[in-house]
Ligand binder design. Structure first.
Ligand SMILES: Cc1cc2nc3c(=O)[nH]c(=O)nc-3n(C[C@H](O)[C@H](O)[C@H](O)COP(=O)(O)OP(=O)(O)OC[C@H]3O[C@@H](n4cnc5c(N)ncnc54)[C@H](O)[C@@H]3O)c2cc1C
Length: 473
């Protein structure tokens, strides 16, 4: 395997020497001013907990459905400060964390899942157009590349399975891949022109929040909900300085400790890291090509993703996925110099012609990993509360779908979504500590080993496969 965790050249470290340790997307002049925290007691029809994509789409779709609905959004930090402002901005039609995962878990309803996923992405595109959201959305596609010969066969199989299910993926040989984006590592690939868009995730969050405020939705930042309690007619969401008495509550708090204790065993926070480069010169762009303008992911278990930004930079992330004992989350874990250096090294291994390019931003964020890799849902307090979590690193598009399911559940509606096995079932929970950490570590070690042994999965991974369990980012 061309990638390594130990061989890091000084030049790769130097490429990071003046990087800002903050998400590139959030570190820009267009960031809205903070909104006031909740102070005092107020009433609403719906209280939404979490100001990421899940919470924002929930509020938007709820007020689309009933413009008179009184909605309050409570965000512990700032809108988009969680995963929604820290991601790669790949917006996939897939609501199953990819075709392979969907096929392995829900073969009988895969066609329907694919149809609903495409409809979701189409609806996002339509909403962006109708509301005039300035979010740098481009339906540019994604190229999945093989960096090892053995991966080429797996990509061919993927393209065949896709074709059997009515999906159109283009199989490319090494030359075809390199004509799109030039890396000496690329041995072949599969291009999905239609099923993936690129977006500026922070702008999407901010624009959704702007529209919500224009609709009269109250968004309070720095308003962490400390408890959700049942009231006579609904629920009470309490924060440090106030409370919202609402008929219903929707929880979209991702990797953060869920307000419903029963949900916690299903989710572990896994940190994923990203770099963004300085803008490339015209010559540098010419040396890589990238005319198709889409995103790229490699086919390793521990994979990289990369994409251009609207202002001519390259975003590069993934590979390491780090879990901390006790599901620890903390702001200091969003910086990891060792992981950033490994990422920089792997970037120059992929694009040696860009040697000398510098990175301006390096950051990390927590992913709400669950053992089936795709979102799950549920209700509490006799249907007054619903949640949507567990997107496992593929939630930029799927969060809108998650929001629709939550609203179905809160309304008690039977829909094409609530009938799905994927929606009705839950993942297998993770074991508690002290077993959790060693189990995750063994899985990571095994995945790394598989990447270095032509994809060969050891007994541990094969056992997990048989049990329908896994670890991913
Ligand atoms: C580095 C990285 C790269 C990624 N890349 C991609 C990608 O390219 N494509 C893709 O599809 N997905 C990607 N993802 C995943 C994607 O970003 C998430 O699935 C998606 O943003 C989840 O949105 P969310 O609203 O559920 O969670 P979040 O955006 O995390 O929002 C949850 C919010 O809840 C708030 N909160 C938590 N607890 C409370 C509380 N008690 N009270 C009030 N508020 C609370 C948090 O502060 C946070 O703002 C990536 C994630 C990371 C971290």
């Amino acid at each position: 395997m061309p990638y390594s965790r130990t061989r890091i050249r000084t030049s790769s470290r130097q490429a990071l020497s003046d990087a800002t340790h903050a998400p590139y997307w959030l570190d820009r002049p267009g960031r809205p001013e903070p909104k006031p925290a909740l102070v005092g007691t107020t009433a609403a029809d719906l209280v939404v907990v979490g100001g990421g994509f899940t919470g924002l789409w929930t509020a938007l779709l709820a007020t689309d459905h009933d413009p008179s609905l009184d909605v309050v959004v409570l965000e512990a930090d700032r809108v988009a400060e969680g995963a929604s402002g820290r991601n790669g901005g790949f917006m996939a039609a897939s609501i199953t964390h990819g075709l392979g995962n969907g096929l392995a878990r829900w073969p009988g309803e895969l066609r329907e899942l694919l149809r609903q996923g495409h409809a979701n992405l189409d609806a996002i595109e339509a909403t962006i157009g109708q509301l005039g959201l300035d979010v740098d959305f481009a339906r540019a596609g994604e190229l999945d590349v093989a960096t090892e010969d053995y991966q080429v066969a797996a990509l061919r199989e993927l393209a065949d399975v896709a074709a059997d299910h009515g999906e159109q993926l283009e199989l490319l040989d090494a030359a075809g891949c390199r004509a799109l984006v030039d890396s000496p590592l690329y041995r072949g690939g599969v291009l999905d022109r239609h099923g993936v868009a690129l977006v500026d995730p922070a702008k999407l969050s901010w624009e959704l929040a702007r529209v919500l405020r224009e609709r009269g939705v109250r968004i309070h930042e720095h308003s962490a909900v400390s408890s959700l309690e049942r009231s006579q007619v609904g629920v009470i969401a309490r924060t440090a300085h106030g409370s919202v008495h609402a008929r219903q509550a929707a929880i979209g708090t991702s990797a953060f400790p869920n307000l419903l204790r029963r949900v916690r065993p299903y989710i572990i926070p896994v940190y994923d890291y990203v770099l963004v480069s300085e803008p490339l010169t015209t010559d540098q762009w010419a040396s890589v090509g990238w005319g198709f303008g889409g995103g790229i992911g490699d086919s390793n278990n521990q994979f990289h993703y990369t994409r251009p930004t609207r202002d001519g930079r390259i975003l590069w992330g993934g590979f390491e996925a780090i879990y901390h004992y006790g599901s620890r989350m903390s702001r200091d874990l969003e910086r990891d110099d060792r992981t950033s250096a490994i990422l920089a090294e792997n970037f120059f291994t992929t694009f040696p012609q860009l040697e000398g390019l510098r990175f301006t931003h390096a950051w990390g964020g927590a992913i709400d990993t669950c053992s089936r890799f795709s979102a799950f849902w549920g209700t509490a307090m006799d249907g007054r509360v619903a949640y949507s979590v567990g997107y496992t690193g593929l939630g930029v598009g799927a969060t809108r779908y998650g929001a629709m399911v939550m609203l179905d559940l809160l309304a008690g509606r039977q829909t094409e979504r609530t009938r799905l096995e994927m929606v009705r079932t839950k993942p297998i929970p993770f074991p508690p500590e002290p077993m959790r950490s060693p189990a995750v570590a063994l899985t990571r070690w095994s995945l790394d080993r598989a990447d270095n042994r032509e994809g060969h999965r050891n007994l541990w991974l094969r056992t997990l496969d048989r049990l329908g369990l896994g670890f991913d980012s």
